[in-house]
Design a protein around this ligand. Structure first.
Ligand SMILES: [Mn+2]
Length: 323
């Protein structure tokens, strides 16, 4: 039986369904959570469906997080979307539920097996696409509204960088097209996602004039708490700045280090070598060319930078040999 079929069967079986995502939610996390909520609550109006987790300012036009009491979890089903590892699940109460389903598109690691049922497809460029495909497969039995379509379309756009990343294929565009038929306007979504604050523009200028580079082609910027404060930025908006260092000739790997109170989070990107293995070495993971990791202090950044630089050199040497 396909995992999608089990998801539908379990949704039908439960009266209360609570949808979880990951900490520091992004567009795809929100898109998957609110897309799924829209599908379930419109298809089965008698059920109680909630979205829990952290609030995102960046994509808060998608929907509002519900407040759920502990008792609600009794005899409930938890569905965790877009969340590779157990430690990243937002709202630890997911385990109070009777059963847990995981729907995700990240490469699994040791910490990834937290559910009773799994629908994991690492070939999908976004989890929102998976939820939209779920709707599309069973559309004779399911209902979707504009708000759910807006959520999933936004998730698809954000996780694919506007349909530009690997994994985007004919199916992706067909599913996006299906969502547009619910009245989603591409220009409106682009406006909502691309409008930037004056602080963000000033930060962009700062990053583009203060980045650091290594010999073999790693380009990165360390966003300290001090800088975040100086530019009056929210952490989430600041973390999006990794894209400013993308696609620079001679620099196939780029990263942003973001300092918070207890750790330094790393957003690592590549258009050359896979970098997931490095992220994994530093307590993270993700995809071959987009991953996250963390270090505890500034001294560890040095090791990380050295590791990435060595990794790029190895990659370059191997490709030299091939030629
Ligand atoms: Mn995702």
């Amino acid at each position: 039986m396909h995992a999608k079929t089990i998801v539908l069967r379990k949704i039908k079986e439960y009266q209360t369904i609570i949808i979880h995502g990951h900490t520091r939610p992004d567009g795809d996390c929100y898109g998957s959570q609110f897309g799924l909520k829209d599908i379930i609550s419109n298809s089965f109006p008698e059920k109680n469906v909630y979205v829990v987790g952290e609030k995102s300012d960046y994509v808060d036009f998608i929907g509002q997080i519900d407040v759920v009491k502990n008792e609600v979890y009794q005899d409930a089903l938890s569905i965790v979307v877009d969340t590779a590892t157990e430690s990243r699940i937002s709202d630890r109460r997911y385990r109070l539920a009777k059963e847990v389903i995981k729907i995700d598109h990240h490469i699994p690691s040791e910490d990834s097996f937290y559910a009773d049922y799994y629908w994991v497809d690492v070939d999908k460029p976004s989890c929102s696409q998976m939820i939209a495909e779920f709707y599309n497969t069973y559309k004779k039995q399911l209902k979707l509204t504009y708000q759910g379509a807006l959520a999933m379309y936004t998730g698809m756009v954000t996780d694919t960088g506007g349909f530009r990343y690997r994994g985007v294929n004919r199916k992706t565009h067909e599913i996006a097209g299906m969502l547009l038929e619910f009245g989603v306007e591409v220009e409106h979504v682009d406006y909502l996602l691309s409008i930037v604050s004056m602080e963000q523009i000033k930060l962009k200028g700062y990053i583009l004039s203060h980045f650091e580079t290594t010999k073999n082609g790693f380009i990165y910027f360390v966003l300290t708490k001090e800088i975040i404060k100086q530019f009056n930025l929210k952490l989430e908006a600041a973390a999006a700045s990794v894209s400013y260092l993308a696609g620079i000739e001679g620099y196939p790997v780029w990263a942003l280090f973001v300092e918070s109170d207890d750790e330094i989070r790393i957003r690592l990107r590549s258009n050359g070598p896979e970098i997931e293995s490095i992220a994994r070495k530093y307590g993270g993971g993700g995809h071959d060319q987009a991953a996250g990791a963390r270090v505890e202090n500034f001294a560890e950044i040095k090791n990380f930078v050295q590791d990435v630089d060595d990794h790029i050199k190895k990659y370059r040497d191997q490709n030299e040999v091939k030629k």
